[in-house]
Design a binder for this molecule. Structure first.
Ligand code: SF4
Ligand code: SF4
Length: 485
């Protein structure tokens, strides 16, 4: 059955999964285990002293009744391998607490544009009551994968993982032209550093031909930055604290190489010997977000050897860091301890006080929280603690700072209307902060925010926190680093 109005995506609310077992069911189909069914007979468990269940949820209830979870005997209608895990789907109890935090639900007010609605749509397919059709595809496409829902979900529903696997079902059904464009961009170009470099070089001449939105977002890359490679090894200033391996990134290294240089400089100032391992590739985040899970696995595998060893891995792009921390989900045991060694740059610097003298390059700076730093990695305090050590630099919060800026990988290009609305809101909030600069630790957000600020004619500089710190060091050393505002 196609996913349509009768079935909808808004299913009736289920009883909370943590309701004490043995209590009265609230209605037909509302009782049973959160991920299973009621126990099959009396005496299979029951309330412990004090009324709290010590056996499986649902014991004592009639056989077959369920609180929520996979329908017994249901045959899933997923058309391809790698579908969402039924246990992940079942972990959503449809409480709706995530709804006010979801940017697409806030914009549309539609259940189908909410996390709960999207999971309900996945459940319908998993139980064979709906198909992966145009309606299902639309529900998934409008999601930003910002994971704001995951961050606030009391049940820790792994929404990011669910969405990646739902998109793995959608991708092969797209029209051939779309599949070709995505394959070329994500699997061919991003997977080959030299092609990313070539695309960057060509960006200059073709810029006038690009659609307006793309033209506004694509950064102006200086060819001399592109020509100067990153040093393989940078020795620390003073006694070594240890060696750190740096993920240079694909887009990050071609479009924002000065950010990587600043990252190396700041790490070296803080006692780290910085190695940029040769042979590293795109981390595969974009491939995973777009449901190209085989490509994401290939890319992840190619990074295992370059990042082998026991050194920490520093990542300065929020989306890449979040993805590498989850290599275990893609590769299982093959990922080894790599995910545990991945640290966001600010997380790493936050382990110790900043070394050496710094001086504020701006009177104040607004702090932007990229979704894949705040929601996916749960990092908010570290950047503030690190930047807060620069004397004279006031950190300014951005109103509704936990809301996505609309960049979200290729979302800004694929869903221009929603992305544009979120971009305008973010640019307005940053401008209202009154800060002359904004710290942004993700290349997609940096492009989106810079374009949004330019659209408003706002004179606010977009900088990576590493660039801000690097300027602070150079300013303390008496170097000219632009006007102080
Ligand atoms: S995803 Fe989490 S917060 Fe949202 S409805 Fe499901 S259980 Fe509730
Ligand atoms: S990932 Fe973001 S856009 Fe998608 S459902 Fe969750 S909160 Fe909404």
């Amino acid at each position: 059955m196609p996913l349509g109005a009768e079935e909808g995506t808004a299913r009736p609310r289920k009883a909370p999964a943590d309701r004490p077992a043995g209590g009265p069911a609230s209605g037909p189909g509302e009782a049973g285990a959160a991920t299973g069914h009621a126990a099959s007979g009396p005496g299979a468990g029951g309330p412990a002293p004090g009324g709290v269940a010590d056996g499986p949820l649902g014991v004592g209830l009639p056989e077959g009744v369920r609180f929520i979870g996979p329908e017994p005997g249901a045959v899933a209608a997923w058309p391809f391998p790698d579908p969402p895990d039924p246990a992940d789907i079942a972990s959503c109890v449809a409480c709706g607490l995530c709804l006010p935090h979801c940017p697409t639900y806030r914009l549309t007010g539609e259940e189908s544009a909410s996390p709960r609605g999207r999971i309900a749509a996945m459940r319908a397919v998993a139980e064979g009551r709906a198909e992966v059709d145009a309606t299902f595809t639309r529900y998934m496409d409008l999601c930003l994968s910002c994971r704001a829902c995951e961050h606030v979900c009391p049940g820790h529903v792994p929404f990011g993982r669910l969405m990646e696997h739902a998109r793995a079902q959608v991708e092969p059904l797209r029209p051939p032209a779309q599949r070709l464009a995505r394959w070329l961009g994500i699997e061919v170009v991003l997977a080959r550093g030299w092609l990313v470099t070539l695309a960057t070089v060509l960006l200059g001449p073709v810029r006038p031909l690009l659609p307006r939105r793309l033209r506004a977002m694509a950064p102006r890359v200086r060819l001399r930055d592109l020509a100067r490679r990153l040093p393989r090894v940078t020795e620390p200033d003073g006694p070594a604290r240890g060696t750190v391996l740096l993920l240079a990134g694909c887009v990050q290294d071609r479009w924002y190489r000065p950010v990587n240089r600043a990252t190396i400089a700041v790490l070296a100032r803080n006692g780290w010997r910085v190695v940029v391992p040769p042979g590293q590739q795109c981390c595969g985040a974009l491939a995973a977000h777009h449901g190209r899970l085989d490509a994401a696995r290939r890319l992840a595998r190619r990074n295992l050897a370059p990042f082998a060893g026991d050194h920490p891995i520093a990542v300065n792009a929020a989306g890449c860091g979040a993805h590498m921390k989850e290599y275990g989900q893609l590769l299982g045991d093959e990922a080894g301890d790599l995910p545990a060694r991945v640290h966001d740059l600010m997380e790493l610097l936050d382990r110790h006080d900043l070394q050496g003298r710094t001086a504020a390059p701006f009177a104040s700076v607004a702090v932007h929280d990229p979704c894949h730093l705040l929601h996916a990695q749960g990092i908010a305090a570290a950047p503030r603690r690190v930047l807060g050590q620069v004397p004279g630099l006031e950190l300014v919060e951005v109103a509704d700072g936990d809301r996505c800026c609309g960049a979200a990988g290729l979302y800004g290009v694929l869903e221009p209307e929603t992305a544009g609305e979120l971009q305008a809101q973010k640019a307005a909030a940053i401008t209202a902060s009154g800060a002359p600069a904004v710290a942004v630790a993700n290349p997609g957000c940096a492009m989106q925010i810079a374009a949004g600020l330019a659209e408003r004619g706002a004179d606010v500089e977009v900088l990576h926190p590493a660039e801000l710190l690097d300027r602070a060091y150079r300013r303390a050393a008496g170097q000219v680093v632009g006007k102080v505002r």
